[in-house]
Design a protein around this ligand. Structure first.
Ligand code: PEP
Ligand code: CO
Length: 459
C-alpha cells in the first residue's frame, strides 16, 4: 500500500480521540504495549474474512453482539459466559430456522472506547469532561476520575486478553458442544415467556442428534459439533492503541490489527479524509462501517473502494443504523449506490443506535418494538432491492438488566431504574435478545431469497 504507514493516520484530522495531558506518559504506555503479545493471530482474521465472504454470497448469516461499552466494574467470568451463551442461543435459533451457518462475532474483549455526543457533561452547576470508556477515564463524576489516564490502556489490554482466553476455552473446550444445548439455558429462561419455544427447539435438536448418533455421527469424532468459531470485534476508535497492537504477519508481510479479529469505523469517524479511514486502509482485518442518516451513498461507496481496492468479498461489512422510521428513506439509496459500483459487502443491520430515546423517567432507553421494527423494515427493503440482509449487530448482555423498554415482559419506563447497569447505551437483556432472534427467524422464513440461499448452501 503506497504511502501508508502504521502511523500515517497521525497526519490526518481525527475525531473522538482523547487528549492526554502527559504526552510522555502516553508514549511510554504505547511503547510498552507494542511489546505485548498480539491478542489474535493473522490466520484467524483471514479465516473470519472467508466466513464473511460466505455471508456476502448469502450462504451464512452474521450475528455480532455484546456490550455497548465493556467496563472494569462488570468484568466477571459469569458475565463473559452469559454473553457467550446468549450469542450461542441466538445463533441456534437462527441456524435452525434459516438452515444457514451463523458467523458469531462478539462486541467483546476490547470494546471500551466511546465517541460521545458532547465533550462535557453537566450535573447541576458542575461541568466535567465526558466519560469516554474505561480504557480512557472513569465514569464517576469527579475531576480526577474524568482525567484521561494512559495506564488504563494496560488494564483494558489485560481484561481483553483474559476475556478472550475464556472465550477460546468455551468455544473449543466442550461448552459449545451441540449435545449440551440444554446447559446454555440461563436460569432466567426457565421462567421466561421464551422458555417453551426454546425448549421445543432443544427437543428438535436432541431428536436430530439422536438420529445422527444412531447413524454413527457423534461429536466424539466430529469437531464441528463439539466446537464453535467465535470471533471478537470492537470499534477502532482509539487509534494510538490500535496502532500499538498492529503487527506485521511474519507469514505474509501484511499488517494485521491484532487487538481483535474484526474492527469497525463508527458513524462519527468515517470521514474519507480522516485518520480512522486512513488507519484502516493499511490493515488486513475485515472492517465494518457504520452508516447512519448522514451517510451519503457515494461517500460510503468511495470508503469501500479505498479500504478494499481489490473488492475482496468479506473485507467490508456495512452496518446500517438509520432508526426504524428512517430505513425506507435512506437504505434503498445506499443499496443502489453500492450496487451501481459493483461492490461486494455484507449488509448488516444495527437496530440499536438509531432508536435511542430518553424515557419519561430520565433514562436513555430503546423501545424493543422500535428495534424489532428497524429489523423488519431492513429485511423488507433488502427483499425489494434484491440484496441479501445478511447480518445483525446488537448491543446486548447475558444479564437480566432493565435498560430497553418493552419485550415479552413489557419493561416500562418506571422499571428502568431497577437494574440499569450499562456504562453507555442501553442493551437488550438476554430475554429480549432471544426474543429478537425468534422474531428474525420468522422474517427469515418469510423471505424467499433466504430459502433460495439455504437450498444453494446445502447443495
Ligand atoms: C456503537 O456501536 O457503540 C456506536 C457508537 O455506534 P455508531 O457509531 O453507529 O453511533
Ligand atoms: Co452504543
Amino acid at each position: 500500500m503506497k504511502n501508508w504507514k502504521l502511523n500515517s493516520w497521525r497526519k490526518y484530522p481525527v475525531k473522538h480521540i482523547p487528549t492526554y495531558d502527559d504526552e510522555k506518559e502516553l508514549n511510554d504506555v504505547l511503547n510498552k504495549l507494542k511489546t505485548f503479545p498480539p491478542m489474535v493471530f493473522a490466520g484467524e482474521t483471514r479465516h473470519l474474512k472467508e466466513q464473511l465472504a460466505k455471508v456476502v454470497d448469502g450462504k451464512a448469516f452474521l450475528l455480532q453482539g455484546g456490550d455497548c461499552a465493556e467496563s472494569f466494574a462488570e468484568f466477571h467470568p459469569d458475565n463473559i459466559r452469559d454473553t457467550f451463551k446468549v450469542i450461542l442461543q441466538m445463533s441456534l435459533v437462527l441456524t435452525y430456522s434459516a438452515s444457514l451457518p451463523v458467523v458469531k462475532l462478539g462486541r467483546i474483549a476490547g470494546q471500551f472506547s466511546k465517541p460521545r455526543s458532547a465533550p462535557t457533561e453537566k450535573q447541576g452547576d458542575k461541568e466535567l469532561p465526558s466519560y469516554l470508556g474505561d480504557n480512557i477515564n472513569a465514569i464517576d463524576f469527579t475531576e480526577k476520575a474524568r482525567r484521561p489516564d494512559p495506564k488504563r490502556l494496560f488494564k483494558a489490554y489485560s481484561q481483553s486478553a483474559s476475556t478472550l482466553n475464556l472465550l477460546r476455552a468455551f468455544s473449543k473446550g466442550g461448552f459449545a458442544d451441540l449435545n449440551k444445548v440444554h446447559l446454555w439455558n440461563l436460569d432466567y429462561i426457565k421462567k421466561s415467556p421464551q422458555a417453551k419455544k426454546f425448549k421445543e427447539l432443544e427437543d428438535k435438536i436432541a431428536d436430530a442428534l439422536g438420529f445422527m448418533e444412531a447413524c454413527g455421527i457423534t461429536s466424539d469424532f466430529n469437531n464441528r459439533m463439539y466446537t464453535v468459531n467465535f470471533w471478537t470485534s470492537h470499534e477502532a476508535l482509539h487509534l494510538p492503541f490500535e496502532e500499538a497492537m498492529t503487527r506485521v504477519d511474519s507469514t505474509t508481510g501484511e499488517y494485521h490489527d491484532t487487538s481483535a479479529h474484526f474492527v469497525w469505523i463508527g458513524d462519527r469517524t468515517r470521514q474519507l479524509d480522516g485518520g480512522h479511514v486512513e488507519f484502516c486502509k493499511g490493515i488486513e482485518n475485515p472492517i465494518g462501517i457504520k452508516c447512519g442518516p448522514t451517510s451519503k451513498p457515494d461517500e460510503i461507496a468511495k470508503i469501500c473502494e479505498v479500504l478494499n481496492p481489490k473488492n475482496e468479498k468479506g473485507k467490508i461489512t456495512l452496518i446500517s443504523r438509520f432508526g426504524h422510521q428512517n430505513v425506507e428513506k435512506f437504505l434503498p439509496k445506499l443499496i443502489r449506490g453500492i450496487k451501481k459500483e459493483g461492490l461486494n459487502v455484507v449488509w448488516s443491520c444495527d437496530p440499536m443506535h438509531g432508536n435511542t430515546i430518553k424515557s419519561t423517567t430520565g433514562f436513555k432507553t430503546r423501545p424493543f418494538n422500535d428495534v424489532v421494527n428497524e429489523v423488519k423494515n431492513v429485511f423488507g427493503v433488502h427483499q425489494s432491492e434484491g440484496s441479501y440482509a445478511g447480518g445483525l449487530h446488537i448491543e446486548m448482555t447475558g444479564q437480566d438488566v432493565t435498560e430497553c423498554t418493552g419485550g415479552a415482559r413489557k419493561i416500562s419506563d418506571a422499571d428502568l431504574s431497577s437494574r440499569y447497569h450499562t456504562h453507555c447505551d442501553p442493551r437488550l437483556n438476554s430475554e429480549q435478545a432471544i426474543e429478537l432472534a425468534f422474531l428474525i427467524s420468522d422474517e427469515i422464513k418469510k423471505n424467499t431469497s433466504y430459502s433460495k440461499n439455504a437450498i444453494q448452501a446445502a447443495s
